[in-house]
Design a protein around this ligand. Structure first.
Ligand SMILES: C[S@@+](CC[C@H](N)C(=O)[O-])C[C@H]1O[C@@H](n2cnc3c(N)ncnc32)[C@H](O)[C@@H]1O
Length: 232
Protein backbone atom coordinates (compact mmCIF):
# COMPACT_ATOMS: atom_id res chain seq x y z
CA UNK A 1 0.00 0.00 0.00
CA UNK A 2 1.26 3.51 -0.81
CA UNK A 3 1.59 5.76 2.22
CA UNK A 4 -0.64 8.28 0.49
CA UNK A 5 -3.44 5.67 0.51
CA UNK A 6 -3.49 5.36 4.30
CA UNK A 7 -6.93 6.24 5.58
CA UNK A 8 -6.97 9.00 8.20
CA UNK A 9 -8.27 8.27 11.69
CA UNK A 10 -11.60 10.08 11.76
CA UNK A 11 -13.21 8.62 14.87
CA UNK A 12 -12.32 9.89 18.37
CA UNK A 13 -10.15 7.51 20.39
CA UNK A 14 -11.03 7.59 24.11
CA UNK A 15 -7.98 8.03 26.33
CA UNK A 16 -7.20 4.96 28.46
CA UNK A 17 -5.40 6.76 31.27
CA UNK A 18 -5.28 3.76 33.61
CA UNK A 19 -3.34 1.79 31.05
CA UNK A 20 -0.71 4.56 30.91
CA UNK A 21 0.30 3.97 34.52
CA UNK A 22 2.29 0.90 33.55
CA UNK A 23 5.21 2.83 32.08
CA UNK A 24 4.32 6.48 32.38
CA UNK A 25 2.90 6.61 35.92
CA UNK A 26 6.39 6.84 37.38
CA UNK A 27 6.39 10.60 37.02
CA UNK A 28 3.81 13.24 36.14
CA UNK A 29 4.44 15.55 33.18
CA UNK A 30 2.23 18.47 32.33
CA UNK A 31 1.50 17.74 28.65
CA UNK A 32 1.66 13.98 28.39
CA UNK A 33 -0.55 12.45 25.69
CA UNK A 34 -2.51 9.21 26.27
CA UNK A 35 -0.39 6.28 25.13
CA UNK A 36 -3.27 4.34 23.56
CA UNK A 37 -4.08 7.27 21.26
CA UNK A 38 -0.43 7.73 20.25
CA UNK A 39 -0.20 3.97 19.67
CA UNK A 40 -3.25 3.99 17.37
CA UNK A 41 -1.65 6.70 15.22
CA UNK A 42 1.67 4.87 15.10
CA UNK A 43 -0.08 1.67 14.01
CA UNK A 44 -1.99 3.50 11.32
CA UNK A 45 0.81 5.66 9.93
CA UNK A 46 3.96 3.54 10.35
CA UNK A 47 5.18 -0.01 9.92
CA UNK A 48 7.62 -2.19 11.83
CA UNK A 49 11.17 -1.09 11.17
CA UNK A 50 10.20 2.52 10.35
CA UNK A 51 11.90 5.43 12.07
CA UNK A 52 9.56 7.56 14.17
CA UNK A 53 10.68 11.03 15.25
CA UNK A 54 8.88 13.16 17.84
CA UNK A 55 10.85 16.42 18.00
CA UNK A 56 8.59 17.70 20.82
CA UNK A 57 8.54 14.33 22.55
CA UNK A 58 7.90 15.38 26.17
CA UNK A 59 8.50 12.40 28.43
CA UNK A 60 8.77 10.00 25.51
CA UNK A 61 5.30 8.53 24.96
CA UNK A 62 5.75 8.50 21.17
CA UNK A 63 9.27 7.06 21.28
CA UNK A 64 8.41 4.40 23.86
CA UNK A 65 5.21 3.30 22.12
CA UNK A 66 7.08 3.22 18.79
CA UNK A 67 9.81 1.08 20.37
CA UNK A 68 7.21 -1.32 21.79
CA UNK A 69 5.66 -1.61 18.32
CA UNK A 70 8.98 -2.55 16.70
CA UNK A 71 9.76 0.87 15.21
CA UNK A 72 13.01 2.77 15.67
CA UNK A 73 12.38 5.92 17.67
CA UNK A 74 14.06 9.28 18.07
CA UNK A 75 13.17 11.30 21.16
CA UNK A 76 13.88 15.00 21.55
CA UNK A 77 12.64 17.72 23.85
CA UNK A 78 13.81 21.18 24.83
CA UNK A 79 13.22 20.36 28.48
CA UNK A 80 16.09 18.28 29.94
CA UNK A 81 13.78 17.06 32.70
CA UNK A 82 11.43 15.55 30.09
CA UNK A 83 14.35 13.81 28.40
CA UNK A 84 15.56 12.55 31.78
CA UNK A 85 12.20 10.91 32.50
CA UNK A 86 11.97 9.48 28.96
CA UNK A 87 15.47 8.07 29.14
CA UNK A 88 14.81 6.43 32.48
CA UNK A 89 11.47 4.87 31.51
CA UNK A 90 13.04 3.37 28.41
CA UNK A 91 16.48 2.58 29.77
CA UNK A 92 17.41 -0.94 28.74
CA UNK A 93 20.97 -0.92 30.08
CA UNK A 94 19.93 -2.65 33.30
CA UNK A 95 20.08 -6.36 32.51
CA UNK A 96 17.94 -7.10 35.56
CA UNK A 97 15.79 -5.08 37.95
CA UNK A 98 17.45 -6.81 40.94
CA UNK A 99 20.04 -4.04 41.55
CA UNK A 100 17.22 -1.49 41.49
CA UNK A 101 15.13 -3.44 43.98
CA UNK A 102 18.15 -3.82 46.26
CA UNK A 103 18.89 -0.09 46.03
CA UNK A 104 15.25 0.70 46.89
CA UNK A 105 15.55 -1.52 49.92
CA UNK A 106 18.78 0.19 51.06
CA UNK A 107 17.25 3.65 50.61
CA UNK A 108 14.13 2.56 52.47
CA UNK A 109 16.16 1.21 55.40
CA UNK A 110 18.31 4.30 55.55
CA UNK A 111 15.38 6.74 55.49
CA UNK A 112 12.57 5.10 57.38
CA UNK A 113 13.62 6.11 60.93
CA UNK A 114 14.15 9.77 60.03
CA UNK A 115 10.92 9.91 58.04
CA UNK A 116 8.94 8.46 60.93
CA UNK A 117 10.43 11.06 63.28
CA UNK A 118 9.55 14.01 61.09
CA UNK A 119 6.10 12.68 60.33
CA UNK A 120 5.21 12.68 64.02
CA UNK A 121 6.86 15.92 65.02
CA UNK A 122 7.34 19.11 63.05
CA UNK A 123 10.02 20.29 65.52
CA UNK A 124 12.04 17.20 64.57
CA UNK A 125 11.72 18.18 60.90
CA UNK A 126 13.11 21.62 61.70
CA UNK A 127 16.04 20.03 63.54
CA UNK A 128 16.70 17.74 60.57
CA UNK A 129 16.62 20.69 58.18
CA UNK A 130 19.57 22.30 60.00
CA UNK A 131 21.85 19.38 59.09
CA UNK A 132 20.50 18.17 55.75
CA UNK A 133 22.00 19.25 52.41
CA UNK A 134 19.26 21.32 50.76
CA UNK A 135 19.04 22.78 47.26
CA UNK A 136 19.40 26.55 46.99
CA UNK A 137 16.22 28.43 47.92
CA UNK A 138 15.94 30.12 44.54
CA UNK A 139 13.33 32.71 43.62
CA UNK A 140 10.83 31.08 41.24
CA UNK A 141 9.57 32.59 37.96
CA UNK A 142 6.86 35.22 38.44
CA UNK A 143 4.09 32.92 37.11
CA UNK A 144 4.85 30.17 39.65
CA UNK A 145 2.51 29.13 42.47
CA UNK A 146 5.07 30.15 45.09
CA UNK A 147 7.64 32.93 45.39
CA UNK A 148 10.60 30.86 46.62
CA UNK A 149 11.45 27.21 46.14
CA UNK A 150 11.06 26.33 49.84
CA UNK A 151 7.60 27.94 49.90
CA UNK A 152 6.31 24.94 47.99
CA UNK A 153 6.93 22.61 50.94
CA UNK A 154 6.16 22.41 54.62
CA UNK A 155 9.26 21.85 56.79
CA UNK A 156 8.28 18.19 57.09
CA UNK A 157 7.90 17.77 53.35
CA UNK A 158 11.20 19.51 52.63
CA UNK A 159 13.04 17.51 55.28
CA UNK A 160 11.45 14.24 54.08
CA UNK A 161 12.47 14.81 50.48
CA UNK A 162 15.98 15.88 51.54
CA UNK A 163 16.39 12.72 53.65
CA UNK A 164 15.38 10.56 50.68
CA UNK A 165 17.59 12.52 48.29
CA UNK A 166 20.60 12.18 50.58
CA UNK A 167 20.13 8.41 50.71
CA UNK A 168 19.71 8.22 46.92
CA UNK A 169 22.88 10.26 46.35
CA UNK A 170 24.80 7.72 48.44
CA UNK A 171 23.98 5.16 45.74
CA UNK A 172 26.54 6.87 43.45
CA UNK A 173 26.08 7.78 39.79
CA UNK A 174 24.45 5.58 37.17
CA UNK A 175 21.21 4.10 35.97
CA UNK A 176 20.11 2.78 39.39
CA UNK A 177 20.52 6.16 41.02
CA UNK A 178 18.73 7.88 38.09
CA UNK A 179 15.80 5.45 38.40
CA UNK A 180 15.54 6.24 42.11
CA UNK A 181 15.50 9.99 41.38
CA UNK A 182 12.85 9.44 38.72
CA UNK A 183 10.58 7.81 41.32
CA UNK A 184 10.66 11.16 43.12
CA UNK A 185 7.40 11.89 41.28
CA UNK A 186 5.72 9.30 43.44
CA UNK A 187 7.39 10.66 46.58
CA UNK A 188 5.87 14.03 45.76
CA UNK A 189 2.41 12.48 45.50
CA UNK A 190 2.79 10.95 48.98
CA UNK A 191 4.16 13.92 50.89
CA UNK A 192 3.07 13.97 54.52
CA UNK A 193 0.46 16.46 55.56
CA UNK A 194 1.87 19.26 57.61
CA UNK A 195 1.65 22.95 58.22
CA UNK A 196 0.27 24.68 55.14
CA UNK A 197 3.01 25.88 52.78
CA UNK A 198 3.12 29.61 52.10
CA UNK A 199 1.75 30.26 48.65
CA UNK A 200 0.88 33.11 46.36
CA UNK A 201 -2.36 31.56 45.08
CA UNK A 202 -4.67 28.78 46.23
CA UNK A 203 -3.09 26.26 43.92
CA UNK A 204 -0.78 24.63 46.45
CA UNK A 205 -3.71 23.82 48.69
CA UNK A 206 -3.91 20.24 47.39
CA UNK A 207 -0.85 19.27 49.40
CA UNK A 208 -2.99 19.50 52.52
CA UNK A 209 -5.38 16.79 51.41
CA UNK A 210 -2.92 14.02 50.74
CA UNK A 211 -2.96 11.02 53.05
CA UNK A 212 -0.31 10.76 55.73
CA UNK A 213 1.99 7.86 54.90
CA UNK A 214 5.05 6.47 56.58
CA UNK A 215 8.08 6.09 54.31
CA UNK A 216 7.36 8.84 51.83
CA UNK A 217 6.87 7.29 48.40
CA UNK A 218 9.32 4.49 49.00
CA UNK A 219 7.67 1.47 47.47
CA UNK A 220 8.75 -1.88 48.83
CA UNK A 221 9.95 -4.53 46.40
CA UNK A 222 6.59 -6.30 46.39
CA UNK A 223 5.01 -3.17 44.87
CA UNK A 224 7.37 -3.02 41.94
CA UNK A 225 5.93 -5.66 39.64
CA UNK A 226 5.37 -3.09 36.90
CA UNK A 227 9.08 -2.89 36.33
CA UNK A 228 9.11 -6.42 34.97
CA UNK A 229 7.86 -5.29 31.55
CA UNK A 230 9.59 -5.34 28.18
CA UNK A 231 11.53 -2.21 29.07
CA UNK A 232 13.18 -3.65 32.16
C1 LIG B 1 2.61 18.82 23.90
S1 LIG B 1 4.15 18.50 24.70
C2 LIG B 1 4.62 16.95 24.06
C3 LIG B 1 3.92 15.85 24.70
C4 LIG B 1 4.47 14.49 24.30
N1 LIG B 1 4.08 14.13 22.97
C5 LIG B 1 4.01 13.47 25.33
O1 LIG B 1 3.07 12.74 25.06
O2 LIG B 1 4.57 13.45 26.44
C6 LIG B 1 5.21 19.60 23.90
C7 LIG B 1 6.65 19.48 24.31
O3 LIG B 1 7.40 20.31 23.44
C8 LIG B 1 8.54 20.77 24.13
N2 LIG B 1 9.07 21.90 23.38
C9 LIG B 1 8.59 23.16 23.30
N3 LIG B 1 9.35 23.89 22.45
C10 LIG B 1 10.32 23.07 22.00
C11 LIG B 1 11.41 23.23 21.10
N4 LIG B 1 11.64 24.39 20.49
N5 LIG B 1 12.19 22.18 20.83
C12 LIG B 1 11.98 20.98 21.43
N6 LIG B 1 10.96 20.77 22.29
C13 LIG B 1 10.14 21.80 22.58
C14 LIG B 1 8.01 21.06 25.53
O4 LIG B 1 9.05 21.01 26.50
C15 LIG B 1 6.97 19.94 25.72
O5 LIG B 1 7.54 18.87 26.45
Amino acid sequence: MMRADIKPILEAIPAARQEDARHYGVHPYFTRRPANVVRAYLQRYSQEGDIVLDPFGGTGVTAIEAFLLGRHAIQNDLNPFANFIARNIADTTLASTAPLLQAFERVHLECSKGLEQIEQDEAAAKRWLKRLPLPENIRLPHNSDAEFYYDMFTPRQLAGLAIIRQAIDREGQGVVRDCLVRFGGQAEQNLPVGQRPRRKSGRLQHLQHLPLQTGIGLRRTSDMGDLQGPLS
